[in-house]
Design a protein around this ligand. Structure first.
Ligand code: CTP
Length: 397
C-alpha cells in the first residue's frame, strides 16, 4: 500500500461514519488518500474530519466556490492507483452503472483508469431489489470489484445483508489486490484473439463470428497482474482496457502464425483464443469476382496452418501453451483430443450448446481440462470473471 494513490469516494449513507476510520487506516498503511464526497455524504460526515485525516482537502464540487478553482476529475482519474467507493449507496451504484455523471464522484469514477472497488451499504430490501442486483452485476461486468456487504443489524434495526464491510477488511482487500497486481510481473504472455479473415478477392473473405472479447479479457486480466502482454489479433472492434497490452494486428491465419512465431520464443505463456479459419481460398483473385461475367461454381480451399499445434511442436521446457475448444458435440472427447494433438498444457472448453456461452456474448461458461484427464467446471460468468478464473488456473500451473 506504500505510496499508492487512492481516491476514496464517500456517498450519503449512515456507514459514512466508518469512512473516517478507513481514511486513517489507508494513511497509516502508507497510502495517499484523496476524498471525493457526494453532496449528500456531507450530511453524514464533515469534510473537515476527512480533510484532516487524509491531509488533503476533501472534494465534493467541481469548483471551489470562492476561488473558482476547477477540480479536474480527469487528472484525479489519472492520478489514482485505485478508487474505492465506501459506502456506496443504491443511488450512486445506479448512477455508476448507467453513467449518470451529475456529481464529482461519479464523474471521477467515469474518468478513472485505475481499478475500482465498491463497498455497498444499504437496507436489506434495497440490497436485494432487482434493480440493485442488476446494477451491481453491471459494475462487475465493467471489471469493478464489489466488496460484498456483511450481514448484521442495519441502521433500520432490521437484520440482514447490507452493512458496509469493516474498514479493516476493505484495507485487506486492497492490500491483496496490490500484491496480486505484481504476481505475474516479469512474465511474458502471448494471446491470439478474434477471427481470421481469409481473402477470396479484394472485397470478400471467409471469416467467422468471433468477437475477440474472451481473448481481450484474458489479456487485460494478465496485464492487471503485472504481465507483459501482446495480443496477436484478427479483425475485431474491441480494444484492451489495460495500458500494458500491446497489439499486433493481422488478418489471415498465415499472418497470425508468422506474428506468433516471431514472439513465442521469448514468451512464458501463450493462450490461443483466436478462432482461426481452418481453410483459406487456394487462390486470391486480383479483381472482384463479377456476378454477370463469372460463373463461380466452387472456391477451392487449402488447409491453413494450425498455429497452436505449430507452437506446441516448438514448445520449450518452462513454456505453457493454453488452447480453447469451442464445440457443438462430443465436447469432452474433442477437447481431450485437441489437448494431446496440439501438445497443450490445458484447454478451455466452451460449448455452443450452452445459452450465453461462446461467440458474440458477454458471458461464458467453461470447463478447464488437463493432460492427466482431470477437469474443473465453472458456472456461467461474465467474460472478465472467466478470464480471471483462467489466469488463476495458469498461475497454479
Ligand atoms: N487453433 C489454431 N490454429 C488453427 C486452428 C485452431 O491455433 N488453424 C487453435 C485455436 O485458437 C484453439 C485451438 O487451436 O485454441 C482449438 O481450435 P478449434 O478450432 O476448436 O480446433 P481445430 O483444430 O480447428 O479443430 P476443429 O475445427 O476441427 O474442431
Amino acid at each position: 500500500m506504500q505510496g499508492k494513490h487512492i481516491i476514496l469516494g464517500i456517498t450519503g449513507g449512515i456507514a459514512a461514519y466508518k469512512s473516517a476510520t478507513l481514511v486513517r487506516l489507508l494513511v497509516k498503511a502508507g497510502a495517499e488518500v484523496q476524498v471525493v464526497m457526494t453532496p449528500n455524504a456531507k450530511e453524514f460526515i464533515t469534510p473537515v474530519t476527512l480533510s484532516t485525516l487524509s491531509g488533503k482537502p476533501a472534494i465534493s464540487e467541481f469548483f471551489t466556490a470562492n476561488t473558482g478553482e476547477w477540480h479536474s476529475h480527469v487528472d484525479l482519474g489519472l492520478w489514482a492507483d485505485a478508487m474505492v467507493i465506501a459506502p456506496a449507496t443504491a443511488s450512486t451504484i445506479a448512477k455508476m452503472a448507467n453513467g449518470v455523471a451529475d456529481n464529482m464522484l461519479v464523474t471521477t469514477y467515469l474518468s478513472a483508469k485505475a481499478p475500482v472497488f465498491v463497498a455497498p451499504a444499504m437496507d436489506l430490501d434495497m440490497m436485494r431489489h432487482p434493480s440493485t442486483v442488476r446494477n451491481l452485476d453491471l459494475l462487475r461486468s465493467y471489471g469493478n470489484h464489489i466488496i460484498e456487504p456483511a450481514a448484521g443489524e442495519l441502521a433500520s434495526h432490521l437484520i440482514g445483508k447490507g452493512r458496509m464491510e469493516e474498514p479493516e477488511n476493505i484495507v485487506k482487500v486492497l492490500d491483496a489486490f496490490f500484491n496480486e497486481s505484481q504476481s505475474l510481473k516479469g512474465k511474458k504472455f502471448l494471446v491470439t484473439a478474434g477471427p481470421t479473415y481469409e481473402k477470396i478477392d479484394p472485397v470478400r473473405f471467409i471469416g467467422n463470428y468471433s468477437s475477440g472479447k474472451m481473448g481481450y479479457a484474458i489479456a487485460d486480466e494478465a496485464a492487471s497482474r503485472g504481465a507483459d502482454v501482446t495480443i496477436v489479433s484478427g479483425p475485431v472492434s474491441v480494444t484492451p482496457s489495460h495500458n500494458n497490452v500491446k497489439i499486433i494486428n493481422v488478418e489471415s491465419a498465415k499472418e497470425m502464425l508468422a506474428a506468433c512465431q516471431n514472439i513465442y520464443p521469448s514468451c512464458d505463456v501463450a493462450i490461443m483464443t483466436a478462432a482461426v479459419a481452418d481453410y483459406a481460398p487456394a487462390e486470391v483473385q486480383d479483381h472482384k469476382i463479377k456476378r454477370e461475367k463469372d460463373e463461380v461454381d466452387h472456391i477451392a480451399l487449402v488447409k491453413n496452418p494450425d498455429i497452436a499445434a505449430t507452437l506446441g511442436r516448438d514448445k520449450q521446457p518452462g513454456q505453457l501453451l493454453i488452447g480453447f475448444a469451442l464445440e457443438t458435440d462430443n465436447e469432452l472427447s474433442n477437447a481431450a483430443d485437441k489437448l494431446h494433438r496440439k501438445n497443450l498444457d490445458m484447454i478451455v472448453l466452451n460449448s455452443l450448446r450452452v445459452p450465453g456461452a461462446g461467440f458474440r456474448t458477454d458471458t461464458n461458461q467453461v470447463s478447464i481440462c488437463y493432460p492427466d484427464g482431470s477437469r474443473k467446471d465453472y458456472s456461467l460468468k461474465s467474460k472478465r470473471e472467466v478470464a480471471s478464473d483462467i489466469i488463476d488456473a495458469i498461475a497454479d500451473l
